[in-house]
Design a protein around this ligand. Sequence first.
Ligand code: FAD
Length: 332
Amino acid sequence: MREIFIAGAGPAGTAAAISGRLEGSLVRSVDRTRTARHKVCGEFLSPGTREILEQLSVWDQVAALGARPIRRCALNLANGTKRWTLPECGWGLSRLELDRLLLNQAVTLGAAVERGTVFDLAGQASGAVVVACGRKPSRAEDDRLFGFKAHFEGPGDDAVELFFDARGYVGVSGIEGGVTNVCGIARESTLRQLGFDFDEIVRRSAPLAERLRPLERRMRWLVAGPLAFSPPGSGTRSGAVYEAGDSLSFVDPFTGSGIMNALLTGRLAGQAAARGTSPEQYRRKCRSLLGVPFLISSMLRRLAAHAEWHHGARYLPGRLLFEWTRANMGRA
Ligand SMILES: Cc1cc2nc3c(=O)[nH]c(=O)nc-3n(C[C@H](O)[C@H](O)[C@H](O)COP(=O)(O)OP(=O)(O)OC[C@H]3O[C@@H](n4cnc5c(N)ncnc54)[C@H](O)[C@@H]3O)c2cc1C
């Protein structure tokens, strides 16, 4: 029986643990945190996520937790709002619940999990290792990017709304229990200028302030960063090491596809490690799934910083923008 060691118990690591167990491997998994916690994340589950959660046999639990259906998308640009209906339903579920239920499923299937243990690749014994420790540290020193998020209470709807301006963007969408997630990205210079006062930052945009007016914040703002985007398969690890999720590639969060990519690559990494597929073959597969969406979303992120682009963006079909920025699930 093959043995797989998994570092990280976010969506990528737990998907790897579940699929490793479903393939009949012995799975040992560690996470540096002692308990599941809230994470800086828009908590929007892109439409293809349901299929992967079904393959991992957890979709019924996600539905039972009251994941909120998200059917519409609205892009608030410099010169107005572009709206469309999503090709398939997406979902909103807090990371606290999602990460917890995925880990429970891995344990139920027989994975041995240690919390409060920090992984160090250098000290790792031989054998297959899935590295799913989240984003790689940013080396940027100038005007770094940070993410922030809080939960709000008040009237909700079935749309994921993105508010873009030159300073960054903020996403607003519903999760379970009638809660609304407000999560954004901004440059350090902007955050410093506004004294890291996130309430002030969201009030700066008139349409966003209007959207949040009936809502009340019910948790403190969480911050994460600095953030660095990385293309799929750019890692240089040697040996039987399979990087998954953000450790493999970190795509701009405005796509709302990071969790889906983490589940997808985690599942593939668990299978590859269990079947003895070479890490290079695994990385090739990941590049073929995520390479083009990564390039397109990087391009869109650069364009979004220019107000002139917002005029052109209004004429691009929303469904195409959505499809171009996510993995082709048919190829998975
Ligand atoms: C601002 C923002 C908004 C986002 N919004 C969305 C969204 O709406 N929809 C979406 O799909 N995606 C979104 N994302 C992306 C999404 O959050 C990530 O893609 C996803 O969390 C990746 O999962 P992961 O398992 O790779 O990493 P993580 O969720 O980061 O999990 C990594 C785990 O590894 C553990 N760990 C780290 N280092 C070690 C170590 N050395 N030893 C042991 N354990 C370790 C951590 O404790 C953690 O539990 C957003 C990201 C940001 C920053």
